[in-house]
Design a protein around this ligand. Structure first.
Ligand SMILES: *[C@@H]1O[C@H](CO)[C@@H](O)[C@H](O)[C@H]1NC(C)=O
Ligand SMILES: *[C@@H]1O[C@H](CO)[C@@H](O)[C@H](O)[C@H]1NC(C)=O
Ligand SMILES: *[C@@H]1O[C@H](CO)[C@@H](O)[C@H](O)[C@H]1NC(C)=O
Ligand SMILES: *[C@@H]1O[C@H](CO)[C@@H](O)[C@H](O)[C@H]1NC(C)=O
Ligand SMILES: *[C@@H]1O[C@H](CO)[C@@H](O)[C@H](O)[C@H]1NC(C)=O
Ligand SMILES: *[C@@H]1O[C@H](CO)[C@@H](O)[C@H](O)[C@H]1NC(C)=O
Ligand SMILES: *[C@@H]1O[C@H](CO)[C@@H](O)[C@H](O)[C@H]1NC(C)=O
Length: 887
């Protein structure tokens, strides 16, 4: 060693060693100083950089607010937040529901602000900016802005509030505060500020009805805000429509608490603490969960007392349940096959009320008790009802049920006779449930044995086929659009863990039981019986024919037999079942429910849907002879369809673009209302065929322009199609009224608008002249409300904007139509392209090399004009690729 050290090489080696030893030291993050007010791109922050400061890396000029990677302890996950420094109150968070692992990095680049996970994938980011960001600013009012080179704001936290609103921050109509768990919302609409529970239909407070609020003006509300002396709903002109006077303080925080309470807190400067100045609702029993579920909440001198109603027993974990083995109805039953006709009701006594009844619009008024009860029975989402003898009002409680109120609470005017829906316990010997619960354990071993043999054979067969086919370019799987917080982890992890097994034996086996949320599985034979061997065809179209069927329990269903041309291209059974589970798990009052399916081999794939007795909208809207759809019904259909689509776009874990919005896919029912059908089926088609599929999707007349230019397709393509449908709803007639297709009965009806055959153009012109009434269906003979026609026409035109980004979201469309949001102004320059379309008369889709089909529906619909999905010309690989990128 000594000899070696003295060798000429030694000094170099020693220096290298020194460098190596110091490398970690050099790279050890030096404690980075906290910056004031501005940060500039390429800045990064991690918990480790700022560990001495508890994650704090930026403060406003006077240090009132700071930006912080907020975590419970060092080396635990963080939420990037803005903090009111003197009171340590978090006023805004980037990722409240998804804390970032401690070694994640927050980075500011010219593209905006982002949090990346250790493996590089994005956890959160600001949206795509219109220009490069040049700086990030934290102001003394608590606003956090991205600025461009000219100091113009590109994005600001004040426009994206979480659960807190600061003085000088506005909450405009149509936006909301939400708790981080997502269960409570404060929404502002043109009339009021409203607190909602759960999925948005149970209200528990309105500013207008709060005893402390004063109404000062009759104008529509434009935004909510607070200043040093009060809480306000302001008109667009900045005058107070409603106000609540509060003590003068320097700063106010309006905050939606995790319990659902809205509080206004005042801060009067250094050294002071936050004081609650307003608590809403003020009653201790007025929150959705003041007590446990179905617990009766009573206010007593010593506080709140919770007791189960006499007919129920208390659960150890809180809440109440039936005393016998029956169970409370829940919307998860809607996915299963609980027999709704076996529903019975338990009385809650006549001395109970429900918090939401105070604000709810009765589901019916003037009906009798038994009609109220059957309204609840036919609705699978109805979990109970209240009937008021005096007013004959019927209140349904849907989706979720909270605490009850005791009639001994003061001033209770919202009582009535309350009943909750009970379903027989699933452990009772009963046809359906026995099949799924009892039989499985007994049969499993033998099934497994048989399956194994089958798998082996099928696997060998598949491996061979696979080898034969693998010469072709194997298309990449459909790309899925994840937007929700939970990326369907259940399914995907499940899928990947079983994929290896599947690949080695590549089989049709797909351990079906392991897929969560699969709807009822039928055997092929059961469905042959149900449809009387497919004897009553009620529709057909792109995906296959639809038959009327009757299940053994006498429920009528629509059975869609997926055509052979399509089934040939569908993925393996596992993928099929996975998609079915996804579609089957989507429940919304305005979406047709998938009740079940059958998948015995590729040629026997069937989907079972709820039956909609009035068929599709085109039938009610366009057919002559029958009764004319009245204006109010039309608006109900328009709002219902918009809500259904809005749910697909943003209410589910995965965003689903429908791609084929048209009257044929909007189904009607006497009691079930309005439902969208055929959503989610895009996923059933393999990539190879998705090119084919996309051209088939979206029927002539409803296709958004971006389909034709091959640019990216987003949910806004559905908005465009919806706009076209809305115009048809207003007019009661197809938009292309001069089509050669003479099978359209109404096309001979004189339209009175001369050579102007394209209704969207007429709508645009009448909108420019301000003459809306002339656009309504002449058959209604002016039985319309002009302001509603105007509203609908404006909304429809906004939906038709050429630029997808300039179309409103479906949620905004629904809100504008139901009047809870101000209607946007259509932009003429974005609608000029309609005239070009009109000049061409018919959009030439021939270049896509595929015929378009016109009908595809589930309901008891129109006779089909088009054939089923017969084998069609295949697209070239290149075209297919172009389209596959859309998904
Ligand atoms: C920031 O990083 C990007 C890409 O890494 C680079 O192109 C850009 O020049 C950097 N900007 C500054 C100001 O360093
Ligand atoms: C990174 O990790 C997260 C979970 O920690 C995972 O969901 C994501 O798929 C990963 N991304 C990549 C590109 O590996
Ligand atoms: C932007 O604002 C900063 C800080 O106020 C200032 O230094 C800078 O000159 C401004 N830039 C422009 C283009 O106005
Ligand atoms: C708050 O706004 C109201 C209504 O615009 C106004 O009358 C009041 O003076 C304002 N208070 C403060 C402290 O600015
Ligand atoms: C309740 O009303 C329905 C129709 O609305 C009627 O058929 C039924 O007989 C009524 N029941 C009672 C008990 O009055
Ligand atoms: C409501 O009216 C029905 C019949 O009219 C009666 O049987 C019932 O007791 C009444 N309920 C209440 C709470 O008054
Ligand atoms: C559903 O309930 C009704 C009424 O109790 C009964 O007639 C029918 O057979 C039941 N269906 C099934 C599948 O259990």
């Amino acid at each position: 060693m000594a000899a070696k050290l003295s060798s000429p090489m030694a000094p170099t080696r020693r220096r290298m060693l020194f460098l190596l030893l110091n490398l970690p030291l050099l790279h050890r993050p030096a404690a980075t100083p906290v910056t004031i007010e501005f940060l500039y791109p390429n800045f990064t922050a991690s918990s480790i950089n700022f560990i001495e400061k508890g994650g704090l890396f930026l403060t406003s000029t006077s240090s009132t607010f700071s930006a912080i990677l907020s975590s419970d302890s060092p080396q635990s996950s963080f939420v990037f937040s803005i903090l009111h420094t003197p009171t340590s109150t978090i006023v805004w968070s980037a990722n409240p529901a998804a804390p970032a692992p401690y070694n994640s990095v927050l980075s500011l680049s010219t593209a905006g602000l982002a949090i990346s996970l250790p493996n590089g994938s994005l956890l959160w980011s600001t949206p795509v900016l219109s220009r490069h960001a040049a700086a990030l600013q934290l102001t003394d009012s608590g606003n956090f802005l991205l600025l461009d080179a000219a100091n113009i704001s590109l994005w600001q936290s004040f426009d994206h509030p979480t659960d807190t609103l600061l003085s000088s921050q506005r909450l405009p109509v149509g936006s909301s505060l939400t708790t981080s768990a997502g269960d409570y919302h404060l929404r502002v609409n043109v009339e009021d500020a409203i607190l909602f529970w759960s999925n948005g239909d149970q209200q528990y407070w309105r500013l207008s009805t709060d005893p402390l609020s004063v109404k000062d003006l009759n104008d529509p509300v434009a935004y909510m805000a607070s200043n040093g002396t009060g809480l306000y709903l302001f008109s667009a002109g900045g005058r107070a429509v409603y106000f609540v006077n509060l003590p003068l303080t320097k700063l106010k925080f309006i905050r939606l608490q995790p319990t659902g309470q809205l509080i206004v807190m005042g801060y009067s400067g250094k050294g002071s603490v936050l004081n609650n100045e307003l608590v809403a609702p003020s009653g201790a029993c007025d929150l959705p969960l003041s007590c446990g579920k179905l617990d009766v909440c009573t206010v007593q001198s010593r506080g709140v007392v919770c007791n189960c109603p006499a007919s129920l027993k208390a659960l150890p974990a809180g809440g109440c349940s039936p005393t016998d083995s029956s169970s409370l109805a829940s919307i998860s039953d809607c996915a299963g096959n609980k027999n709704q006709s076996e529903a019975s009701y338990l009385s809650l006594g006549s001395k109970t009320g429900y918090f939401a009844n105070k604000f709810a619009i009765p589901a019916s008024a003037g009906g009798n008790f038994s009609s109220c009860r059957s309204l609840c029975t036919v609705n699978c989402f109805c979990l109970g009802f209240f009937y008021q003898n005096s007013s004959k009002s019927c209140f349904l409680i849907k989706n979720q049920i909270g605490s009850l109120l005791s009639a001994s609470n003061q001033g209770i005017v919202y009582s009535g006779e309350g009943y909750i829906k009970i379903l027989p316990s699933s452990t009772q010997p009963q046809h359906d449930s026995a099949k799924s619960s009892n039989f499985v354990p007994i049969l499993l071993p033998s099934i497994a044995g048989i399956l194994f043999v089958v798998i082996l054979f099928v696997g060998i067969y598949y491996l061979r086929r696979h080898k034969q086919r693998s010469g072709n370019n194997k298309p990449a799987p459909l790309r899925e659009i994840y937007l929700g917080r939970k990326p369907w982890s259940q399914l995907t992890s499940d899928e990947s863990s079983t994929r290896d097994i599947l690949n080695s034996k590549d089989s049709e086996n797909s351990d079906e039981i392991s897929i969560q949320g699969l709807p009822q599985r039928f055997t092929y034979a059961e469905l042959v019986t149900a449809t009387n061997n497919f004897s009553t065809k009620i529709g057909s179209g792109g995906f296959g024919e639809v038959f009327r069927g009757e299940l053994p329990d006498n429920t009528t269903v629509a059975v869609k037999r997926i055509s052979a041309g399509i089934t040939g291209s569908i993925h393996g059974k596992k993928e099929f079942c996975t998609e079915i589970a996804v579609i089957g798990s989507i429940h919304h009052i305005n979406l047709v429910r998938l009740r079940g399916f059958s998948a015995e081999g590729r040629r026997r794939r069937l989907l079972v849907y709820d039956y909609m007795n009035r068929g599709s909208l085109d039938r009610s809207l366009f057919c002559t002879g029958g009764p004319v759809l009245e204006w109010q019904e039309r608006m109900d259909v328009a709002v219902g369809a918009a809500r259904g689509l809005a749910y697909l776009h943003s209410g589910c874990d995965r965003k689903i673009v429908h791609c084929d919005v048209k009257p044929e896919n909007i189904l009607l029912h006497d009691v079930g209302g309005v439902k969208i059908s055929d959503f989610g089926l895009a996923k059933l088609i393999s990539c190879e065929q998705s090119g084919l599929f996309t051209t088939m999707r979206g029927t002539r007349g409803y296709l958004a322009p971006e389909w034709l230019t091959n640019s990216a397709i987003s949910d806004r393509a559905d908005v465009y199609s919806y706009g076209m449908v809305l115009l048809e709803i207003i007019r009661g007639k197809k938009n292309w009224s001069v089509e050669s297709d003479t099978s359209e009965g109404w096309s001979n009806v004189s339209s009175g608008e001369g050579e102007m055959g394209y209704f969207p153009i007429l709508a645009l012109e009448m909108h420019e002249k301000g003459k809306y009434l002339e656009l309504a269906d002449p058959r209604l003979e002016k039985r319309v409300r002009e302001e509603e026609v105007e509203r609908a026409v404006k909304v429809a035109l906004c939906c038709l904007h050429e630029g997808p980004a300039l179309r409103p979201s479906m949620a905004a469309v629904a809100a504008m139509l139901d009047g809870s949001m101000e209607v946007a102004r259509p932009r003429p320059e974005e609608l000029a392209f309609l005239r070009v379309l009109c000049g061409k008369k018919i959009v030439d889709l021939g270049s896509f090399g595929v015929n378009l089909t016109d009908d595809d529906e589930v309901g008891n619909g129109t006779a089909s004009r088009s054939d089923a999905f017969a084998p069609r010309p295949k697209m070239s690989q290149a075209e297919g690729k172009g389209f596959s990128s859309l998904w």
